[in-house]
Design a protein around this ligand. Structure first.
Ligand code: HEM
Length: 453
């Protein structure tokens, strides 16, 4: 007899049913642990979004409006806001969704939870350290490269973990198109983080302040937005929008063409042909809209159970904003003399496209991932999206007019736009926190693997 082997008296041998119950119990415990990790990432993202992200964005805009010039506001503060939104908010969300869903969709239930928590700590400390360096200038020559190194390391751990989960029972062999789009976006994120580290080391060694120069910042922002954020949203749209909106099947050739044209635009910008690249972004956007068949009649009804019925409208509108952002980019390359048209283009992209999509898709999927909860308030979802969209429309239209000195009254519209957006973003955060804290989990009653229907 082997030592440690359990000897069961004949009458208490575990039955097949008891073993099944035990297996279920362990799987549910793992599911609960994974959901806790997921909620930690999402909650961290929401805190970054609200405080260092949106509050600082509003503060910056109030200062710009008060002084009637963007040039009189600290570039380190502007960049701190962008970093908190893109990495603190969107980055944390991507990590949380990635850790939660990829291992499952790929057939295994054993994500290395400890490593995922270490990754969370590194990422969170990295983003927070950047905030301290840029805003308070505390030991910024040390904190800047340290924060960038932590962020890059956390990403590399994340990337390794999610990419080593091979499908166990996949008979398909080939990866689906959406996976390629997400992989390309992940490469974009990695390049952005490498560029960020290189820039931070350079600033720490050579610069008088923790802010990138205007020219470097413009290129870096293009890599971050068109090279990372945009393809991520395209990837998840390819995966989910046919199902959620009932669209006709995606056209893969157009999808890959959109991706190729878009990355060509990013490469051109990095080589210093930013003005020419703007045309590539317009073409890439038109191609992706055609590939996803976003504005074609749907083949079946949209699935809006658990979310507000306006969900399909806002998703389509987000793609409208993407087109506006791309077209404004061309306008900026031709006429911008103050940063106003560039700012309007970037805002149409970051708020109109990215944030609206996150508010739509996030409220559709996050409650289910958090131990099968329901969204706290469907009405609040609509209110948040409406306020954010109104704010974005006011901002994008008045920013170019004000900064370019086309219309002086537009300066007084900008603060209104900032408060509307702040209210919209706050409604989203309240709804997700309300879901996590106040809504009961239905995980015990559901099958263990969450599928989005
Ligand atoms: C919700 C309210 C927001 C407000 C009031 C706001 C405000 C601002 C302001 C005033 C600037 C300075 C440049 C300019 O004048 O246009 C800026 C830049 C920027 N914003 Fe926002 N923003 C908001 C949301 C967002 C979101 C949701 C994202 C990303 C997901 C974002 C990402 C950025 C980036 C990347 C920059 C460029 C920073 C740089 O110059 O390096 N913003 N924002």
């Amino acid at each position: 007899m082997e030592t440690g082997q359990t000897i069961w008296p004949a009458e208490s041998q575990p039955t097949a049913a008891a073993t099944r119950v035990e297996t279920m119990r362990m799987a549910q415990a793992r599911e609960a642990a994974l959901s806790r990790l997921f909620m930690a990432y999402i909650s961290t993202g929401l805190v970054f979004m609200l405080l260092p992200g949106t509050f600082l964005g509003v503060w910056n805009l109030l200062q710009i409006s008060g002084r009637e010039s963007v040039a009189l506001v600290s570039p380190a503060w502007l960049q701190a806001h962008g970093h908190a939104q893109v990495f603190g908010w969107i980055g944390s969300f991507i990590f949380g969704i990635g850790f939660y869903s990829i291992p499952k969709f790929r057939g295994t239930m054993k994500p290395a939870l400890g490593t995922a928590w270490v990754c969370w700590a590194m990422w969170t400390i990295g983003v927070a350290a950047r905030w301290m360096a840029n805003i308070y200038l505390v030991q910024w020559r040390l904190l800047l490269p340290l924060s960038a190194a932590l962020e890059l390391t956390a990403f590399l751990i994340f990337f390794r973990m999610v990419s080593q989960h091979q499908p166990e029972t996949s008979g398909k062999g080939r990866l689906e198109p959406w996976v390629w789009v997400v992989i390309s976006a992940s490469v974009g994120l990695m390049l952005t983080l490498i560029a960020n580290l290189a820039a931070c080391i350079y600033l720490a060694l050579r610069n008088e302040s923790p802010a990138l120069s205007h020219i470097l910042d413009q290129r870096y922002l293009t890599l971050m937005t068109w090279g990372f954020l945009v393809p991520f949203v395209w990837g998840f749209s390819t995966k989910w929008m046919s199902l959620f909106l009932g669209l006709k099947p995606v056209r893969p050739r157009l999808l890959f063409s959109a991706l190729a044209v878009n990355f060509a635009g990013v490469a051109l910008t990095l080589m210093g042909w930013g003005a020419q690249a703007t045309v590539f972004f317009v073409v890439g956007t038109i191609l992706i809209i055609a590939a996803l068949r976003m504005f074609e009649p749907a083949r079946q009804e949209a699935k809006t159970r658990g979310v507000h019925p306006s969900f399909p409208f806002f998703v389509r509108m987000a793609y409208g904003w993407l087109l506006v952002a791309a077209l404004l980019g061309v306008g900026a390359a031709l006429w911008d003399s103050s940063g106003g048209i560039w700012g309007a283009s970037r805002h149409a992209l970051t708020v109109g496209f990215i944030a609206v999509m996150v508010l739509c898709v996030g409220q559709r999927i996050l409650p289910a991932f958090a131990s099968m909860r329901l969204l706290w308030s469907i009405r609040l979802m609509f209110i948040g999206l409406l306020l954010l969209t109104l704010g974005c429309a006011l901002r994008v239209s008045s920013e170019a007019l004000a900064y370019q000195d086309y219309a002086n009254w537009a300066w007084s519209v900008l603060p209104v736009s900032a408060f509307l957006e702040l209210a919209g973003i706050t409604a989203f955060a309240m709804n997700i926190f309300g879901t996590f804290i106040l809504e009961p989990s239905h995980a015990q009653k559901q099958p263990l693997v969450v599928r989005i229907k």
